[in-house]
Ligand binder design. Structure first.
Ligand code: ADP
Ligand code: MG
Length: 699
């Protein structure tokens, strides 16, 4: 067993209690985990401040001085420990709110300390809460670099006395005990070619940087290594899948596809749609399972692509399913697909949470005897009772709403897995997508159907509401329909419903019957009522649809030409873009009006400006990535993919590209990693694959 596998409590200075804390708070179980706890940032500890130089700017400073007295101060909530600290220029206070007894016992009066922490000012006195402190003699003896690492920490670790200084000390101890054992993980030729520093040097300098230059080199080396192994895993997995995972070969493109394509296409396909259909046909015709991500902006026409793929399945006597995240969207798909395929002899059914028992029974039967060709629905498709006779193709719309497990359930239903097509309207830049979903193939519909007029987007303050209402009335007078959307955030659900209902009331007053009629849809309504309201709106019986974000995904009412988004600052960029995509589907000029209050954060301003500036989903997602980071965008389930120790997929985009380039090169030259120069690499690779099984993203 390698020394790095040693349980963390055996490290001198840890023990059972701290071991437990480190495990719980930072997932540090072994020596190796501590070694891989990389600092979040570094601070300059070459500088010492005098008390009369302090400023009230909340920055971290280091001061030499001594404590001249200590007292306990009673306050409303508990006690506070206060020490007076002086140097030759003045005095200040050190304050502790917790853990008085052992802190008080440890403090020495009139000895010279080096204290470190954030200062704040109360009246004329400066103080520092929970300072990091050590005696000057100790401070000098300690082996430490000018760039002081700041490690990830938690509230609990701090209050239990595992301060940054303690972690630092543990790290020193770790290096003392293990120093010689950090073996190289990358092949020599790569280290030479890229002028990387060695693994040992990198680890040392990440924790105890000698200078800025070495720190940068250490960071580069470790980020590269992390991304490189991820790319190796992703690409290998893709290669293996293509070789090993058999799919049902859909050998023919037959009657249904051809008949539909020749006779019933309601419009000319865009070139992008044609290209994507070809890519899908190729996949389906091969012996390997298709695992394809279809990215296409809102309104780019993914539904018809899905239908064509399902027709190929039917031509080969296979069943298919189409799964959507909400009931409304599933219904919409069902209506759309049924309508498109009405001249074909195909059995299509819908299954959702609210499907009646009697209907369910028929569905289950037809699924098992094979007479049902296409099943469209929600999560209900994943229930155990849903057993296909021969599922050949599973299409998942709006991927980020489904978790990994849910998707793999579809897979488990058959011995030979169905082909999988994931459709998303939250496009991300292609290079990023390839890196995140390296084990998926990617198709992009990068062209909107001809004749669409770009949606005009404006940002208006609440104070301009009267003008906005006037505009809506003019549009309605022209026969158009309007969406008004309110935010609904789980944490503030009650308030949000209240806002929605208040909004509904005041809109009802401003747009009175019989001139105007209003639909409303929200999450607390019964599905049947929702459907009814949606139907009234889509049939043009109402002019205004008031809704929470439930209409976000996929609703299609071409006559609706205005989208008003209330409290737009509370929506994320991709949500705003999705919502906007609900209009602009007909021949008329469409508008999106973003309503906000006057006071906006910098981020909110950027979001509004971006929406007003561009209609391009890829551009928007790039801004979004910059604002939020990828974890949020991909949703919690997928953040595992992004659970990186040191690299940042957005900020280190260039290193990512480099890593991908070299990973591809290496695997082209030696896919099994069997050449002698890859012995170590292979070992590390296998080790990592065992540990991090976070790449089974679809399968
Ligand atoms: P999304 O990619 O957002 O799911 P849809 O498939 O719902 O887009 O298509 C949006 C609208 O565009 C639908 O009304 C659809 O009928 C229409 N559409 C799709 N492709 C074309 C095309 N090639 N030409 C004209 N209209 C199209
Ligand atoms: Mg859609």
């Amino acid at each position: 067993m390698s020394l790095l596998e040693t349980p963390i409590e055996y490290l001198k200075g840890v023990g059972p209690n701290r071991g437990e804390l480190l495990r719980k708070e930072l997932s540090i179980h072994k020596y190796g985990d501590l070694l891989n706890l990389f600092p979040n940032r570094y601070i300059d500890r070459t500088r010492y401040f005098k008390i009369n130089q302090l400023q009230n700017n909340n920055s971290e400073v280091q001061i030499i001085g001594k404590i001249i007295n200590i007292k306990t101060v009673e306050q409303k909530r508990g006690k506070r420990l206060v020490a007076t600290f002086i140097d030759d220029t003045g005095e200040m206070e050190l304050v502790w709110f917790q853990g008085h007894k052992w802190i008080r016992e440890g403090l020495k009066i009139n000895e010279v300390y080096v204290i470190f922490g954030k200062v704040s000012q109360f009246g004329s006195t400066f103080n520092m809460a929970h300072p990091d402190m050590e005696l000057l003699a100790e401070h000098k003896a300690n082996f430490r670099s000018a760039m002081q690492p700041v490690y990830p920490s938690t509230e609990k670790l701090n209050t239990k006395g595992i301060s940054n200084r303690v972690v630092n000390k543990l790290m020193q101890q770790l290096f003392l005990e293990t120093h010689t054992l950090f073996s190289e993980t990358l092949p020599n030729y790569l280290i030479e070619e890229l002028k990387l520093i060695t693994k040992s040097e990198a680890l040392f300098n990440i924790h105890f940087p000698k200078n800025q230059d070495l720190l940068s080199k250490a960071q580069f080396r470790l980020k590269f290594e992390e991304l490189f192994f991820i790319q190796l895993q992703l690409i290998t997995k893709n290669l293996i899948r293509k070789h090993k995972i058999k799919g049902h070969p859909f050998e023919k493109v037959g009657e249904n596809f051809n008949n539909f394509y020749k006779n019933y296409l309601p419009f000319d396909l865009t070139n992008a749609q044609k290209r994507v259909i070809k890519e899908i046909r190729n996949d389906l015709g091969s012996n390997a399972q298709m695992n394809r991500l279809l990215q296409g902006d809102v309104g780019s026409g993914k539904t018809i692509v899905a239908l064509l793929a399902m027709l190929i399945a039917k031509d080969n006597d296979f069943q298919s399913c189409l799964m959507a995240p909400t009931e409304i969207l599933a219904t919409q798909h069902f209506n759309g697909v049924t309508d498109l395929a009405k001249e074909l002899n195909i059995n299509i059914k819908i299954l959702t949470g609210s499907t009646k028992t009697s209907d369910r029974k028929i569905i289950y039967e037809e699924l098992e005897n094979g007479s049902l060709d296409i099943l469209i629905g929600t999560h209900a498709l994943l229930e155990d009772k849903v057993q296909f006779k021969n599922l050949g193709l599973a299409i998942i719309d709006e991927q980020h709403r489904f978790g990994v497990e849910q998707r793999s359930k579809l897979w488990k239903k058959n011995e030979i897995p169905p082909h999988i097509l994931v459709m998303t309207a939250t496009p991300i830049p292609r290079t990023l997508a390839m890196s995140l979903y390296g084990d998926l193939d990617i198709s992009v519909i990068d062209e909107l159907p001809a004749g669409r007029k770009p949606i005009q987007t404006v940002h208006r303050y609440d104070s301009n509401r009267l003008k906005v209402w006037k505009f809506l009335k003019d549009e309605i007078a022209k026969g158009r329909q309007v969406y008004i959307v309110y935010p609904l955030i789980q944490e503030s659900e009650k308030m949000d419903y209240k806002d929605l209902m208040d909004g509904y009331e005041s809109i009802s007053r401003d747009f009175p019957l019989p001139h105007y009629s209003i639909s409303i849809v929200h999450g607390q309504m019964k599905p049947a009522d929702k459907d009814e309201e949606m139907r009234r709106f889509s049939e043009g019986k109402t002019n205004i649809m008031i809704a929470t974000t439930v209409i976000e995904v996929g609703v299609n009412v071409p006559n609706a030409s205005v989208m008003v988004i209330e409290s737009a600052e509370r929506f994320g960029l991709s949500q705003l873009h999705q919502l906007r995509g609900r209009v602009g589907r007909g021949a008329e000029q469409s508008y999106c009006i973003l309503m906000t209050g006057f006071k906006l954060s910098e981020d909110s301003k950027t979001r509004m400006e971006t929406m007003v500036r561009t209609n391009d989903g890829f551009e928007i997602s790039e801004v979004d990535l910059k604002l939020r980071g990828p974890g949020d965008i991909m949703g919690k389930q997928q953040s595992g993919v992004l659970n990186l120790q040191i690299a940042d997929i957005i900020k280190d985009k260039d290193i990512l590209q480099l890593a991908r380039h070299h990973a591809i090169k290496l695997l082209k030259n030696d896919a099994p990693m069997e050449k002698p120069e890859h012995t170590t690499l292979r070992k590390v690779f296998i080790e990592l694959s065992k540990k991090k099984n976070i790449w089974n993203y679809i399968s």
